[in-house]
Design a protein around this ligand. Structure first.
Ligand SMILES: *Cc1c(COP(=O)(O)O)cnc(C)c1O
Length: 385
């Protein structure tokens, strides 16, 4: 792999990670649901004002748990944006569901709620909005439509922890939502996630599914005198060592968000004029959304321009990245019979979007180097392959 002067992402340490890991080890309990798992869950429940937060081994696994909790089965349909990560859809397909791909809005790049009603059938089991870049989907409308049809909403909130829609935390709208603590996300423990349970009726079963289908959680609370196999499930608990790492990050959430806000604002201010002159679009944040500054993307005028732009940055030692390949055009998506999906905005945006280096430790001089290099890009110059 090429070594970049400015990588696209770099793990960031707050300083307390090793200290807490040491504490976890000293406590002598490093499997799941130890001291730090409890601490992380408390922070999430308190800050988000949600009923239950359960740490998981990944966002993917939290979504798999959601699919089990909703009893998703063969023949059910789920409505997901084609412009998303594989796990948004795969977790439900694993249970036998058929994906129905919905296009995105051209401004926020979120699920286009205006198309939602027309995609609902009597088989629709769930709608899975993804808050792209941590910018809230139009949750008022999505919840209104889903509620009127008695369809569950599961938020894929991998990007949006601490983001808000009309003052309310993302991840607190659907009956279930999923967080990611993967290395590339705002708060991380390398690999990790959480299932947020807003619907009280799902709490008990969520604990069971996460504990290999056993009632171990009830047993640990002294509610039953032995624990045993009571449902399907898997091993979705992260080690307390990972939770210790994550706790250090969650504890510094204010500092992390402030760093990210600064980086985002610098890109936005430094590139505004240049973008206008080059027919490049910057991210759009509706006034009613507070973002957690997950990423900074540009939408270039064409696929050709985007490729030349990425090559130019690469040539100068800067790693930038395009994003999702439309799921309905992926080889699995095509095999799932999604050829009939109509997602023109997804196809267009996905061919023109590029994400700039964005990580907590990106320094001001490094960022200036990126923006200055961007301004030197000549879209008409032929790039050597
Ligand atoms: C990162 C991501 C996931 C998967 O997260 P993991 O924790 O790696 O499983 C799911 N959905 C979206 C939108 C993501 O960006």
């Amino acid at each position: 792999m090429k070594k970049y002067r400015i990588p696209f992402n770099k793990a960031y340490l707050t300083g307390n990670e090793l200290f807490y890991i040491k504490k976890a080890i000293e406590k002598g309990h490093i499997s799941g649901d130890g001291f730090f798992t409890g601490k992380c869950q408390e922070v999430l429940e308190r800050k988000l004002g949600v009923k239950k937060a359960l740490l998981t081994t990944s966002c993917t696994h939290a979504l798999e748990m959601a699919a089990i909790l909703l009893d998703v089965r063969q023949g059910d349909e789920i409505i997901v944006p084609s412009f998303s990560f594989v796990s948004t859809v795969n977790s439900f397909v694993l249970r036998g569901a058929k994906p129905v791909f919905i296009d995105i809005r051209d401004d926020t790049l979120n699920m286009d709620e205006r198309r939602l009603r027309s995609l609902i059938t009597h088989r629709t089991k769930a709608v899975v909005p993804v808050h792209y870049g941590g910018i809230g989907c139009e949750m008022d409308e999505i919840m209104r439509i889903a509620n009127s049809k008695n369809i569950a909403v599961v938020e894929d909130n991998a990007h949006g922890l601490f983001g808000k829609y009309k003052g309310r935390d993302l991840g607190s709208f659907g009956c279930l939502s999923a967080l990611s603590f993967h290395e590339t996300k705002n708060f991380t423990c390398g690999e990790g996630g959480a299932l947020i349970v807003n619907g009280p009726k799902y709490i008990k079963r969520a604990e069971i599914i996460r504990e290999k289908g056993t009632n171990r959680a009830s047993f640990c609370r002294g509610e039953v005198d032995k624990y045993t196999w009571v449902d399907i499930g898997s091993s979705y608990l992260p080690s307390d060592i990972l939770a210790a790492f994550l706790y250090a990050q969650l504890e510094s959430s204010k500092k992390i968000l402030e760093r990210r806000r600064l980086i985002w604002a610098r890109y936005y201010e430094n590139l505004g004029k240049w973008a206008k002159a080059h027919d490049v679009r910057l991210p759009f944040i509706p006034a009613h959304c507070d973002q957690p500054y997950h990423m900074f993307y540009l939408i270039l005028p064409s696929l050709k321009a985007r490729d030349s732009f990425i090559a130019h940055l690469k040539d100068k030692g800067i790693s930038s990245a395009f994003h999702y390949v439309p799921l309905h055009l992926s080889s699995m998506g095509l095999r799932m019979g999604s050829k009939i999906s109509y997602c023109p905005v997804t196809e267009d945006i996905s061919s023109r979007l590029v994400r700039l280096p964005f990580f907590n430790g990106l320094s001001e001089p490094e960022q200036s180097y990126v923006t200055n290099t961007i301004k030197k890009w000549n879209p008409r110059k032929k790039q050597l392959p």
